[in-house]
Design a protein around this ligand. Structure first.
Ligand SMILES: [Fe+2]
Length: 453
């Protein structure tokens, strides 16, 4: 773990950085260097530190960056002892990452050198033998190595917490921001630190190539995880953009998509769905009314009674949604939910008039959450119903409009977790003209199905 850059430093932060750097310099200068017989190990592991530092993952831009550099410094602690490990840690200074300011870079270098040095001392103090381990070194080397790894991580995180505290922006009450170094990061550092022992053990077999053998799979795994995270961000952005588009066009969907999404997820979890299917129903909830983009705005926002043609246009929105989203591969099962979210168990819904189990499971879940949110949100033509009253209404239509199993699941989840309704009083003045219109897609309203569809 290393820090990012901070533009202005207080005198306390400067003093702290100065002490850390001076302490690191002191332990390195004092030696001993053992006739620098281990310069090749230091050079190879130092190069690793440079690569790690240059490719560090930014956790909080300008504040925290993570890289598996503890695996290199801990390998050095075993192979070349405390001073050699400190030198390897000091190679942080050559990292090509742009973020850190010169002062922060100096601090990172001092911090990594000190962490590595203390880890090396801990390794020796607990009976670890410095040098290339062989078959006879195991399992006795594991205990001292574990102690060294803990000392490394604790020193690293404690020093980092210090600088974060000193450079953090005070809040309105003048207090420093919380440190925020999480347990997950400590665990992750300890886990990657274990690769240090693997590098050291392989050194006796493949010498300088040991880090390459250990770290290629490590890099591939990190790359793959980063790709997945990137893909996930792209999905979220796509869904967010589509939701924003619908909410801009139809005032009634403001926040509605999000709440239907949460309600559907509550049902899904209640009936024991997990993982990818919960994600899919979450997306389905977010996007269930996206087909309204294909309905003329004047129809969506019309005040009063609609003509048959206008109702027909509204009732096309599930199919329009499918048309819009069809090519988005990751939506998969969500598409069926979106297409059929206005079907009814008794077959009187649209667009297909499916009955009972013919209606996809996701659509039956969406229908319950959709109607519940519509009932508990205020409309110009009626107020928001209380949660208990909306639950009674759901139960009344259970078995005709809604799937009873999902009504029961939803009611159980709401009773346990509560329901966050639409916030009132958040509408701007220019919204009022729009809200005077009628929500013609309100599933809590009396049924109006066009036979010709
Ligand atoms: Fe809808």
């Amino acid at each position: 773990m290393t820090g990012g850059g901070s533009a202005r430093l207080s005198w306390a932060a400067r003093l702290y950085i100065g002490i850390v750097v001076a302490a690191a310099a002191a332990v390195i200068i004092r030696g001993p260097f053992g006739g620098i017989a281990w310069w090749r190990e230091v050079a190879v592991l130092g190069l690793l530190v440079v690569v790690f530092e240059s490719t560090a993952t930014l956790l909080r831009p300008r504040e925290l960056a993570w890289s598996p550099n503890s695996s290199a410094t801990l390998a050095a602690a075993v192979l070349v002892g405390p001073v050699g490990a400190a030198l390897v840690g000091a190679c942080t200074v050559f990292g090509l990452r742009r973020g850190p300011s010169p002062a922060q870079r100096a601090f990172n270098t001092g911090m990594m050198a000190l962490s590595a040095y203390l880890a090396g001392q801990a390794f020796v103090a607990t009976g670890g033998h410095v040098g290339v381990p062989d078959a006879t070194s195991f399992p006795s080397v594991i205990g001292p190595f574990a102690v060294a790894a803990v000392v490394h991580v604790v020193t690293n995180h404690a020093l980092l917490a210090g600088i974060l505290w000193l450079t953090g922006r005070p809040d309105s009450a003048g207090r420093r921001a919380p440190l925020g170094v999480s347990f997950k990061l400590v665990a992750s550092d300890l886990g990657y630190g274990a690769f240090g022992l693997l590098i050291a053990a392989l050194w006796s077999v493949v010498g300088l190539f040991a880090p390459v053998l250990v770290l290629i799979p490590l890099f591939v795994a990190r790359w793959a995880v980063a790709q997945i995270a990137e893909q996930q961000r792209a999905y979220e952005a796509t869904v967010g953009a589509l939701c924003q588009a619908v909410e801009t066009k139809d005032l009634y969907t403001r926040g509605h998509s999000d709440r239907v999404s949460r309600g559907s997820v509550m049902i899904a979890r209640e009936i024991g769905l997990r993982g990818a299917r919960v994600e899919a129903i979450r997306y389905a909830g977010m996007l269930h009314d996206v087909g309204k983009l294909g309905v003329p705005t004047n129809v969506l926002q019309k005040t009063g009674k609609l003509t048959e043609e206008e109702y027909a246009a509204i009732q096309l929105h599930p199919m329009r949604g499918l048309d819009i989203l069809r090519e988005i591969g990751f939506l998969d099962e969500a598409l069926a939910g979106i297409k059929h979210h206005h079907e009814r168990i008794d077959g009187r819904g649209y667009p297909m008039g499916l009955v009972g189990d013919q209606i996809p499971e996701f659509a039956r879940m969406l229908a319950v959450a959709d109607a519940f949110d519509a009932m508990t949100s205020a409309r110009s033509y009626r107020g928001a119903r209380p949660v208990d009253e909306a639950i009674e209404e759901l139960k009344r239509w259970s078995g005709t409009q809604f799937d009873p199993a999902f009504v029961d699941a939803f009611v159980a989840a709401v009773r346990r977790e509560g329901w966050q309704r639409r916030e009132t009083g958040v509408l701007a003045a220019d919204d009022l003209a729009v809200i005077a219109s009628h929500d013609h897609d309100d599933p809590g309203e009396p049924l109006h199905v066009i036979d010709s569809l």
